[in-house]
Ligand binder design. Sequence first.
Ligand SMILES: *[C@@H]1O[C@H](CO)[C@@H](O)[C@H](O)[C@H]1NC(C)=O
Ligand SMILES: *[C@@H]1O[C@H](CO)[C@@H](O)[C@H](O)[C@H]1NC(C)=O
Ligand SMILES: *[C@@H]1O[C@H](CO)[C@@H](O)[C@H](O)[C@H]1NC(C)=O
Ligand SMILES: *[C@@H]1O[C@H](CO)[C@@H](O)[C@H](O)[C@H]1NC(C)=O
Ligand SMILES: [Zn+2]
Length: 447
Amino acid sequence: MTGLRVLTLLLSVLLGWASCHPVPGRKNFNKLLLISFDGFRWNYDQDVDTPNMDRLAREGVKAKYLTPPFVTMTSPSHFTTISGRWIEDHGVIHNMMFNTETQWKYSFKTTQNKTEWWDNGVLPLWITAQRQGRKTASFHYPGGGAKYKGEAVQRSLVESYTHPDSNETEWRENIDIVMNWFTKEDFDFVTLYYGEPDNVGHKFGPETENRRVIIQQIDRTIGYLVEAIERHSLTKNLNVIITSDHGMTTVKKEPNVTEILLTNYIKFRDLVKFDIVDYGGFGMLLPKPGQEEAVYQALKNAHPHLNVYKKEEFPERFHFAKHQRVLPIVMYADSGYNINGRLIIYFNKGDHGFDNVHMDMKTIFRAFGPDFKKNHIAEPFDSIHIYPLMCKLLGVTPEPHNGSLAITQEMLVDAYDHLSSYKHSLEFLVFVLNRNPNLHLYLNTHL
Ligand SMILES: *[C@@H]1O[C@H](CO)[C@@H](O)[C@H](O)[C@H]1NC(C)=O
Ligand SMILES: *[C@@H]1O[C@H](CO)[C@@H](O)[C@H](O)[C@H]1NC(C)=O
Ligand SMILES: *[C@@H]1O[C@H](CO)[C@@H](O)[C@H](O)[C@H]1NC(C)=O
Ligand SMILES: *[C@@H]1O[C@H](CO)[C@@H](O)[C@H](O)[C@H]1NC(C)=O
Ligand SMILES: [Zn+2]
């Protein structure tokens, strides 16, 4: 073999290698779809037939369960997933936006367009990915309708006030829209949100036939998703994560239990300037000036199933209370107990917002696609670790965050190690050159 022929061969081998393994930093990363089904408790698939979810467990990753952050509530938890930051850092501390001066409270849906509720200095992944050249979109995902440091998510649909929660036809249409975003418009990262099974869980309770029926509807929708991915030829370059924000537990009511009614222990008119209560198992109070100690003393041992703290003494493990928006008195009830203010006025049969150690607050994590292992059961983990995983999948350099890729990367197929293969090919070149003095000479004189 002449030196020239060896060189040609060598170059073609190297070029061939380079075309299927581009140099680090230029890899074509797969696309990513993050789907959230609000209020999907970790074990909702265990008392009802879910053939599509079962199939995905075989073809992908299933975590035993996922622990959401505290407070186990929709907007706070979703924003932790999309930012990798604890709630006390990102500042979206409740579903309701509030103003203690004007006494205004805005509902979950109203906050969706309110940048001032979401943009507290922590960047969600959409924005970080966009800044690094990825195309991103949000379909009804909480926080997707706000601007961050002046920048909007490239494509964002916000849930309307009249949006039906459980129209299966519309669910499928939304999947088709998202698939077209990926194929026709080359989006790289899309978040898609569904309001079920949360609504049914609240309205009827988690241990009901209604809840099992909506889980079957979700399972059919996941089946439709898999079909749609195949139909759009996305199977080989789309990763999918299916998760949720919290679980659901049955609300305990009279006459079986003594319900928590704060007005039995404190006079709101005299002691409290502003309150966020009557919203599941979590509450906060802003006492009138000078009344903080009085409120705390009156409530701390008031009810055996009510846990009351001064903000600065709220347990560290929740990573919740440090944010300036958190009011001076913070409360959570034991699982299943609602915190009522002046009247018992709730109608929910199921609720959340409770301590995230309770199994009923745990939720789901599923994933599949080209970068995920098959038939892999992952140990339980905290939802905060989803963020670095998503960054890794998209090839995006993360912002500072509280998660750890070490927890989640074992779910990935052994990624081709670009740096080491690059190094090996250089070693191979040196090896060949050393064995071919003629080629060496040729290269020295001709290159
Ligand atoms: C959010 O803003 C969009 C665009 O201005 C508007 O069409 C939509 O109705 C708003 N949605 C909510 C829930 O406020
Ligand atoms: C469900 O959604 C489809 C498609 O958007 C619509 O045509 C249909 O009228 C809706 N059904 C109900 C009961 O709202
Ligand atoms: C009280 O407990 C009984 C027996 O467990 C149950 O059948 C009933 O539904 C409960 N009532 C309420 C209001 O929770
Ligand atoms: C979470 O991460 C942020 C940013 O790195 C850091 O400032 C904060 O102290 C972290 N929180 C905890 C509880 O480690
Ligand atoms: Zn809910």
